[in-house]
Design a protein around this ligand. Structure first.
Ligand SMILES: Cc1ncc(C[n+]2csc(CCOP(=O)(O)OP(=O)(O)O)c2C)c(N)n1
Ligand SMILES: [Mg+2]
Length: 328
């Protein structure tokens, strides 16, 4: 359970490339006015999302945050359907009525992103309670940012999950900044896993740049949850390469800091090295993989551009993704 086999490794590497290319592409399109409402770029945070999802079964539930493109793509939603949602088109995952911060697909276990910091943990905890009541054999995962670790609702949800022993995993997608605020400046006690452990659940600080480490801790947490042993807290330390959202320049951190994370801690570069070292792929195959990802993202943009806008009736009658024939 500690390492990914060849097939899973190549899938994880490709998925991280998909997220990176998707985000870099969407960011530029957003600046050109193609993405109404802006977006939060997750470039740099790919391993934390893909590592978690590599350990989950398709039926497992997630709920996430305002920064959720990476979680949604890693959960298996196609770049086409996510890009179309960013473009507010009817073929998007939420029928074009959710946009970047409300990517969802409840029938596929994605209980949505949302704009309320810390809310994803509460929503996912509620899903875990439902799973327990229905005696389903699956788990629920709630994502929260480092900023969300200082909001009360996160801890209310964690406490309830502990006392009811819910099949629940809390992932802190810790990119170290809440808008302009560095996590170290605002974390009383300084250690998030130590803080969580006070609530009585297994809690870990891990390297969120290593997809296999994230996979391992999530897989073990999932086993405990399925065995009725309750929730686990995982603080996956990562880094976002861009500003908080598109247009925010990130002047509260140095270029040297960003360059260091990009050049020596990049999750895709790191895992490419692992894949080459284990001889799971040749350099040529990695290059081909990157090229096929490029084509896939180009196709996603073309799909989003050419898709129709949602019908006016969806404003009053809502969006029924099941009936829309959305390509999820
Ligand atoms: C309840 C609430 N308070 C404040 C905000 C404003 N806000 C939006 S994002 C953000 C920072 C979140 O930081 P973090 O949780 O670390 O997530 P990240 O953006 O780094 O992914 C804040 C304060 C909000 N959306 N909701
Ligand atoms: Mg953050």
């Amino acid at each position: 359970m500690s390492t990914l086999d060849k097939e899973k490794s190549l899938a994880a590497l490709r998925q991280m490339m998909v997220i990176r290319d998707f985000e870099e592409t969407a960011d530029k399109l957003c600046l050109r006015g193609k993405v109404p409402g802006g977006m939060h770029n997750s470039s740099g945070q790919e391993a934390a999302a893909v590592g978690v999802m590599s350990a989950l079964a398709p039926d497992d539930v997630i709920a996430t945050t305002h920064r959720s493109h990476h979680h949604t793509l890693a959960k298996g939603f196609t770049p086409k359907s996510v890009m179309a949602e960013l473009f507010a088109k009817s073929t998007g995952v939420s029928g074009g009525r959710g946009g970047s911060m409300h990517l969802a697909g409840v029938e596929r276990g994605h209980f949505g992103g949302n704009g309320i910091v810390g809310a994803g943990v509460g929503i996912a905890m509620g899903a875990a309670l439902g799973i327990q009541v229905l005696k389903d054999k699956k788990v629920s995962v709630g994502f929260v940012g480092d900023g969300g670790m200082n909001t009360g609702r996160t801890w209310e949800a964690i406490n309830m999950a502990v006392i009811y022993k819910l099949p629940f995993i809390i992932i802190c997608d810790n990119n170290q900044y809440a808008v302009e605020t560095f996590v170290g400046r605002v974390t009383g006690g300084g250690d998030l896993a130590k803080r969580a452990s006070g609530f009585g659940l297994p809690s870990f600080n891990i390297n969120g740049q290593d997809v296999e480490e994230v996979y391992k801790y999530t897989a073990e947490a999932r086993e405990r949850a399925l065995a009725g042993e309750g929730p686990t807290f995982i603080n996956a330390v990562t880094y976002r390469y861009y500003g908080h959202n598109v247009g925010e320049k990130g002047q509260y951190r140095t270029q040297e800091e960003i360059a260091e994370w990009r050049t020596s801690k990049d999750p895709i570069d790191y895992f490419t090295g692992v894949v080459l070292e284990r001889k799971f792929a040749t350099q040529q195959e990695i290059d081909d993989m990157r090229a096929s990802v490029r084509t896939e993202i180009d196709e996603a943009v073309a799909f989003a551009e050419s898709s129709p806008e949602p019908a006016i009736s969806t404003i009053t009658q809502g969006v029924d993704s099941g009936k829309l024939g959305i390509q999820l």
